[in-house]
Design a protein around this ligand. Structure first.
Ligand SMILES: Cc1cc2nc3c(=O)[nH]c(=O)nc-3n(C[C@H](O)[C@H](O)[C@H](O)COP(=O)(O)OP(=O)(O)OC[C@H]3O[C@@H](n4cnc5c(N)ncnc54)[C@H](O)[C@@H]3O)c2cc1C
Length: 492
């Protein structure tokens, strides 16, 4: 679809990944009359981090990820972060449920499946941690169905590949929550954006974002097919360009983003090619990260369902690339360095030497070493059954810090202009699973095109009944939204 110079929109969404798709859907629900344009530089939607093979597809609900439950100095385990992430995922489930019930999101089995979530550890020390974690979590209503075992036969029942060929005598422990999910965020993005065929402009790259004296945003878009650029105008802009968001945020000159930088971490998987092996596994099994590893590099052996086909992957193995997108430029990192963020970048780099060492170690890994990591989970893994696949890029946030000078962060952060006329999403974790919560938070903080609307809060409450509530304190509500989402999303 073409775009003409000077065209005016209420909303411009940059990038066609899960974040823009979620925000666009929410805005259209809240204010259907708003004119929307979505610009995507590639020739398909969801071809970067949101594409199924570029991420792990875990519906992050903190059921299995050990990095969300830190061990405290007294040996107990903190579960606050896990509760928060689970509640955020409940918001995603509620929103998708609403869309399916309204006929706006077809065939949910194409994007979400039930896959049990497990944690699995070896050694006495790790087993003690997992037991303490289980004791803390299983008391909480959101995690009450969690099971724990140290019995090898039980683990073999839950996940036979973990036990096939394993020598006896090793201390093992595992937890399992049956109602975990595998989510194909690529498919979900495509389904959401199918409702925007009139607004979506593929092969249109946003090259400049400027605020003009009329207080509106002037966005220069280049048609990648013709090489012709046009400047359009918008009241509200969302920079949802994934890893590349930092560059556009800097270009737009957002005050709140001054001093921010990015640290790209690339990823690789081992992808199973043997269908018999794939069929013997039916879980997402998360282990413990190695020392120095960033939280998102926790290894896991993962059942996936992609385009109706069962798959198995192991990883991720972290790596380093200076690109901000998988299809980006090697100059991305250097282009992002400014006088304002140089000091935070250097300080964060200096303070994270174990991470640098870890990344170097990962990059230098031989295929045999990768296989050895896999064999910690699956002792019978054979090299000929696995191939290397490249995952998406994650650009971690580096930001100024009043004491440390600069810090590296592994979460996501919305950077917005105070008047709610522009916002950008930085960071990648927990990522797509919490897209709904992130976008609800952004709307809650104020988006100028929704100003003056009295009905926003009530409308949001209607689609996400748990909004602003603690599900742990509302057992009837938890039961009701679980029943509804199980029915609508086919997760019963
Ligand atoms: C290895 C890995 C594993 C992950 N595992 C999980 C997981 O298990 N669960 C989970 O919930 N999350 C996971 N994530 C995170 C999740 O994938 C991301 O948080 C999410 O996909 C980000 O969506 P997005 O819309 O912001 O970005 P993207 O999906 O990257 O979309 C950005 C889009 O913007 C386009 N674009 C870029 N620049 C421009 C421009 N100038 N003009 C126009 N278009 C532009 C890009 O082409 C792209 O299509 C993982 C990520 C990685 C990398």
């Amino acid at each position: 679809m073409g775009i003409g110079p000077g065209e005016e929109f209420d909303v411009v969404l940059i990038g066609a990944g899960i974040m823009s798709a979620t925000l666009g859907t929410l805005l259209r629900y809240l204010a259907p009359e708003l004119s929307v344009a979505i610009f995507e530089s590639r020739d398909t939607v969801a071809s970067e981090s949101s594409e199924a093979w570029n991420n792990a597809g875990t519906g992050h609900a903190a059921l299995c990820e050990l990095n969300y439950t830190p061990e405290k100095p007294d040996g107990t385990v903190g579960i606050d972060k896990a509760v928060n992430i689970n509640e955020q995922f409940q918001e995603s489930l509620a929103f998708w449920t609403y869309l399916v019930e309204q006929g706006k999101l077809a065939e949910p089995e194409g994007f979400i499946r039930r896959v049990p979530h497990m944690s699995f550890v070896t050694s006495e020390k790790n087993a003690a941690f997992l037991r303490a974690r289980y004791e803390a979590m299983s008391r909480h209503p959101l995690f009450s169905s969690m099971q724990y075992t140290e019995d090898p036969a039980k683990i073999a029942e839950w996940a036979p590949l973990l036990m096939d060929g394993r020598a006896g005598g090793e201390k093992l422990a595992a937890t399992r929550v049956e109602r975990g999910t595998d989510v194909n965020f690529g498919s979900l993005t495509r389904k959401l954006l199918a409702n925007f065929s009139d607004s979506l402009h593929l092969r249109h790259k946003v090259v400049k974002v400027r605020r003009a004296s009329d207080r509106r945003w002037h966005v220069t878009v280049m048609n990648e097919a013709t090489g012709v650029s046009a400047e359009i105008v918008s009241r509200f802009v969302f920079i949802g360009s994934g890893g590349a968001a930092l560059l556009l945020l800097q270009d737009a000159g957002l005050k709140a983003g001054v001093g921010y930088g990015g640290f790209p971490v690339s990823g690789q998987w081992l992808r199973c090619t043997n269908q018999q092996v794939i069929e013997r596994h039916a879980a997402k099994v998360y282990g413990k990260a190695s020392v120095g590893a960033p939280p998102m590099s926790v290894p896991h052996l993962d059942t996936r369902v992609i385009d109706g086909k069962k798959e198995l992957l192991f990883g991720p193995f972290a790596g380093f690339s200076t690109k901000f997108l998988k299809s980006g430029s090697y100059l991305d990192l250097i282009k992002s360095v400014t006088p304002g963020n140089l000091y935070p970048l250097l300080k964060a780099g200096y303070d994270n030497i174990p991470l640098t060492k870890y990344l170097i170690g990962e990059v230098m890994q031989t295929p045999e070493q990768r296989l050895e990591s896999l064999r910690v989970f699956m002792p019978t893994a054979r090299r000929e059954d696995w191939e290397l696949a490249i995952a998406g890029q994650r650009v971690q946030i580096i930001k100024p810090h009043h004491e440390k000078g600069g810090v590296l962060e592994f979460g996501t952060e919305v950077i917005r202009e105070g008047d709610g006329s522009i916002a950008a999403l930085l960071g990648a974790s927990p990522g797509a699973s919490t897209a709904v919560s992130i976008m609800l938070g952004m709307i809650g903080n104020g988006v100028n095109v929704l100003e003056g609307r009295e009905d926003v809060a009530a409308k949001l409450q209607a689609i996400v009944p748990s909004l602003g509530k603690k599900l742990a304190e509302e057992p009837a509500l938890l039961e009701e939204i679980t029943r509804r989402s199980n029915a609508a999303l086919g997760l019963g």
